[in-house]
Design a protein around this ligand. Structure first.
Ligand SMILES: Cc1cc2nc3c(=O)[nH]c(=O)nc-3n(C[C@H](O)[C@H](O)[C@H](O)COP(=O)(O)OP(=O)(O)OC[C@H]3O[C@@H](n4cnc5c(N)ncnc54)[C@H](O)[C@@H]3O)c2cc1C
Length: 323
């Protein structure tokens, strides 16, 4: 049972690009932030070997090294980075109210402001050959990794708007894109379907699923299976993109914060404000549109600035309202 309580100005939940960027800004504003890393210290980028599109790394960088750099930068200004999962929350409805966050079902943190940066988790098919080759040609992010397969043959799994969008993106870079659709139709909007159908180098295979991803260390091919006839077929590819959706890590916020129908936190206007005063959200947990490290970092910055301004209005309401 929770019996240890600690009071903070700013608690940051999550240690991806959003959480660490929020920490850099919050620490420099003297909010003395504490970051709880969760089960994946460094976040999603720790699962990828090459990040070529984050500004400031002209030669590219591997994901884990980049996240260590971000952590060091946050710590340089005094951020307290701790291992631990937020397991329950009780957010106040009052402006200036104290929010309670339980860590590892044990310790309770009381915080004047909370920045939620818990990210989203890409869904995978879950078959062993796919899991073995994650980072070796299997990716859940075409915008991030498509460039590495320039001029090559790839495949993509999925049938929704994101899959259609990513297939079109890949078609601009790769020689051929084979798109595997489990049903006999796509879920994507008519406009997106039209776009995919109009691209000559996308071949759509309906009623088709992945039987096995072929290759030992890197992807060399794909064995597909027709789920109506059971017929199997192998094709040579170097990259497999899984575009079957993401799950935002928001289970513990259910009933506490407003979310959309897919579980993403809703933020107000151009800010990072959630439905509770003093609670802010940044990164993929509130963004199903862009899902990039740089956009996550950008909203992490915004969340820290929003938290700082919120605290300032509570501490000196008149001063701030006349600014
Ligand atoms: C394979 C792959 C390759 C990618 N490559 C690129 C790329 O090249 N360039 C690019 O810009 N983007 C890339 N991305 C996307 C990028 O990783 C994400 O957009 C970015 O990491 C989102 O940052 P975030 O801080 O919002 O969340 P995340 O990175 O998802 O971090 C979430 C953090 O929250 C923590 N957490 C979750 N729940 C809790 C909890 N209850 N308590 C405490 N902590 C919790 C996790 O442990 C983690 O530290 C890639 C993604 C993948 C999957």
């Amino acid at each position: 049972m929770a019996d240890k309580v600690e009071r903070l100005k700013t608690l940051i939940i999550g240690s991806g690009p959003a959480g660490y960027t929020a920490a850099i800004y919050a620490a420099r504003a003297d909010l003395k932030p504490v970051v709880y890393t969760g089960m994946e210290p460094g976040g999603q980028l720790t699962t990828t070997t090459e990040v070529d599109n984050f500004p400031g790394y002209p030669e590219g960088v591997d994901g884990p090294s980049m996240m260590i750099d971000l952590q060091k930068q946050a710590e340089r200004f005094g951020t307290d980075v701790r291992m631990g999962m937020a397991t329950a929350v009780e957010f106040s409805d009052e402006v200036g109210g104290i929010h309670k966050v339980t860590i590892d079902n044990d310790k309770v943190i009381e915080a004047e402001t909370v920045i939620i940066s818990t990210g989203a988790t890409a869904k995978y098919l879950g078959i062993p050959s796919e899991q073995k080759l994650r980072g070796g040609g299997v990716s859940a992010c075409a915008v991030c990794d498509g460039f590495f397969y320039k001029g090559q043959d790839v495949a993509i799994v999925g049938a929704g708007d994101t899959a259609a969008e990513e297939a079109s993106y890949l078609a601009n870079i790769c020689s051929k894109v084979t798109m595997l659709v489990r049903k006999d139709h796509m879920r994507a909007s008519k406009a997106m379907q039209h776009r995919v159908n109009s691209l000559k180098n996308i071949e759509i295979r309906y009623n088709t699923e992945v039987d096995e991803v072929l290759g030992d260390l890197v992807v060399e091919g794909l064995r597909m299976v027709n789920n109506l006839t059971g017929e199997k077929e192998e094709i040579a590819i170097t990259g497999l993109f899984v575009a079957i959706g993401h799950k935002p890590n928001t289970d513990i916020f259910k009933g506490q914060l407003e979310m959309d129908d897919t579980g993403y936190l809703i933020t107000k206007g151009k800010s990072t404000k959630t439905s509770k005063p003093g609670v802010f959200a940044s990164g993929d947990v509130q963004d199903k549109e862009y899902r990039q490290a740089v956009t996550a970092a950008g909203t992490g910055c915004m969340a820290a600035l929003d938290a700082e301004r919120y605290l300032a209005t509570i501490e000196s309401p008149e001063e701030v309202s006349t600014q």
